[in-house]
Design a protein around this ligand. Sequence first.
Ligand SMILES: [Fe+2]
Length: 500
Amino acid sequence: MAGNSTHILGISAYYHDSAACLVRDGVIVAAAQEERFTRKKHDAGFPRNAINYCLREGGITTAELNYVAFYEKPFVKFDRILHSYLAYAPRGIHSFLKAIPLWIKDKIWMKAELQKELNFEGKIIFPEHHESHAASAFFPSPFQEAAFLSVDGVGEWTTTASGVGKNNTVEIAEELHFPHALGLLYSAFTYYTGFTVNSGEYKVMGLAPYGEPKYVDLILREMIDLKEDGSFKLNMKYFNYGVGLTMTNDRFDKLFGGPARKPESRLTRRDMDVAHSLQVVTEEIMCRMARHVQRQTGMKKLCMAGGVALNCVANGRILREGIFEDIWIQPAAGDAGGALGAALLVWHQYLGKPRQTDGLHDTQQVSHLGPRYHKEEIRRFLQSGNIVFEELSDEELTPKVADMMAEEKVVGWFQGRMEFGPRALGARSIVGDARSRKMQEVMNLKIKFRESFRPFAPCVLREHVDEWFGMRPNEDSPYMLLVAPVLEKHRFPLSKPAVR
Ligand SMILES: [Fe+2]
């Protein structure tokens, strides 16, 4: 299988969302997140299972790997952490003491660690964190040239990077640096509204439509010095992440009239208004950044990655504002996708291999890049667990599922290869009838045991998309990364979110 091919293994690890990706001669063979094997959400450990899976899928062993690419530069990151603790000393001593032993043990010895873990003696390449994000956004995109925008919490020092991808290179032109990060601002409010930082951000986005933009002026006046070009400085007197183990502090609480919501406690009007206001501010910053990048680069297309690029509501607004003709967003926009970006960066930029696109199709393969299970394996699994099952032909299956959905039943849909990235894209999805008024609540509360307000994505045939949504005829949105408004005539009034 290996022959004369060049195999590059990309790895993200040790922060959150560890993942691995195998690229063969520039083609993505496999990509998966470690959490899908360990069942530990956002597993940050060494992605042993994901790596083994990728090698298996590629039919190779570690000995046949030509390069390993790690998604960031561990030394630069260590330098940033050390400097920010020193800048805030002695306030940060507690978190310093907590973080440093971890760094010394696991992180700064990354090269030796990777060599040992993989039993690999070849070349290991460490692109910068945002180079990996930018590469993950541009290289699989359908565009031959495009601007890119990478926005997240923090990589090494950089929190936002923009520039141009052209043919087989990505080049960062502008950056914003720690502690001024849109991702961290969003995370601070995620913490404040009682959700888990680094994973609950999309719940804040889901809660936003239920609130009013009551605090927009307050946030812009007190917390952010936002410039016309989308660059900004956060007023660090309200945040604690530079030094502490929490995101926000007493001054933050005072500004919004009370302490952070306790996780799992009742959601209040204030939480919804705070979420809505934050979302408005985020969209404003993202749009300003996008406009600035467009002006600077003159490009007609935009590629995006970084955790903030999972904010599909903001992405939808950038698209609707017509700042760029078209946008492509890496489905694994968070740090997991760094594994994919790092591997492609080695192929195109480090090895100088050409890249050709047709301007229409991406090379992400619907992000169905994970493990698949054959019928026989599934049958054996069901039998070993004494699970009642019935086998249907494809001809029988579709009408049966359609009937069940029409009866307001909820269906677990499992087929083909698992998605790479946080969104279920028809391979491991829960599906229900969107016409049912109770479906959102039934699914959330009974099936997934989660907050009732959390949104679902609609699935509609391409030729009907503009009959239902504020989208262009035949416009594609295969990755659940662009939110478009439902046309006025189809809207129901918003029900109040039930409280857990
Ligand atoms: Fe990142």
